[in-house]
Design a protein around this ligand. Structure first.
Ligand SMILES: [Zn+2]
Ligand SMILES: [Zn+2]
Ligand SMILES: [Zn+2]
Length: 291
């Protein structure tokens, strides 16, 4: 997929998700004011805050899509990965909030004013969030976009929160108030795990973990008949924008222009076999050279 259409697709998905999030938030806030239910109003503002994750994603993607410039000569792709860390940070805030409110409810148990309609609202928004996180994750895996996968995890964390709230209410109403904080701790651990997963995968990209296996690259390059052998194979970058460099050995008698031509064939072959490859730098050497 080419550079610009990748960023256009990722951005479009993030905007769709943001619009859905704002829609869900407004539905809750309007319904909350209409029925004078404080808990639904505050839940609505919480959903509005969830849009922050999408906004971080949109900003990250906008910067990442910029062409290389004088100070970022390899391009800005890693801004997408860096922005994913911001989403992980939001997940940790969510964790803290869940635990904090569970402790509050434990010491001051209050039965919220639950009606059939408020259950219905929670149920509908829960289903919307489930569908959104499934869609976002599927597109993220397809596009190999770190920010979409991270944002999908964030959306899924909202699903967990809603489930925790519903189960907590049921537990409190049945008289088992101890179950509510236990559920909260389990949910907080699940969300913290998602945050750690995002930090792990993002930092591995930021720290230049090789996205491609050496053998994969070698087997493609060896298909070029003029190439005798290749070595010092390196790759780095996010899975959607990979940079490769390598040494290839040619017949010692090859002319400079032949060597240049082969270097371009190697580059094109790699790019067409693995579309995620953004750039290839080929160092050519003769068979009898020993350095
Ligand atoms: Zn720049
Ligand atoms: Zn070499
Ligand atoms: Zn050239």
């Amino acid at each position: 997929m080419n550079h610009q259409s990748y960023y256009t697709s990722v951005k479009r998905i993030l905007i769709i998700v943001l619009v859905l999030n704002i829609g869900v938030a407004l539905a809750k806030i309007i319904y909350g004011y209409w029925t004078n239910s404080l808990s639904i109003i505050s839940d609505g503002f919480h959903s509005l805050f969830d849009g922050t994750s999408n906004v971080i994603g949109i900003i990250g993607i906008t910067i990442a899509s910029r062409p290389p410039d004088k100070i970022h000569t390899y391009g800005h792709e890693k801004f997408e990965t860096f922005a994913s860390l911001g989403i992980a940070f939001l997940l940790f805030i969510t964790c803290f909030e869940i635990l904090q409110s569970a402790v509050g409810r434990f010491y001051h148990p209050e039965i919220p004013d639950i009606t059939i309609l408020s259950f219905l609202i929670m149920g509908i928004t829960l289903i919307i969030n489930l569908v959104v996180s499934w869609y976002e994750n599927r597109e993220g895996e397809k596009l190999k976009s770190t920010i979409l996968v991270a944002d999908a995890r964030h959306t899924r964390s909202d699903v967990y929160v809603s489930i925790a709230v519903i189960l907590g209410f049921i537990a409190i109403q049945m008289g088992f108030s101890i179950v509510d904080p236990i559920i909260a701790v389990i949910i907080a651990v699940l969300i913290a795990k998602m945050g750690i997963q995002i930090i792990k995968s993002s930092s591995s990209i930021l720290l230049d973990t090789a996205p491609l296996d050496e053998e994969t690259i070698r087997s493609i390059v060896n298909k070029v008949p003029e190439v005798k052998e290749c070595h010092r194979i390196r790759s780095r970058g996010p899975p959607s924008h990979i940079f490769v460099d390598l040494h290839v050995t040619l017949e010692s008698s090859s002319s400079l222009s032949k060597a240049h031509e082969v270097a371009h064939i190697v580059e094109d072959k790699l790019k067409s076999s693995i579309p995620e490859i953004e750039d290839v730098v080929v160092h050519v050497e003769g068979e009898s050279d020993n350095f």
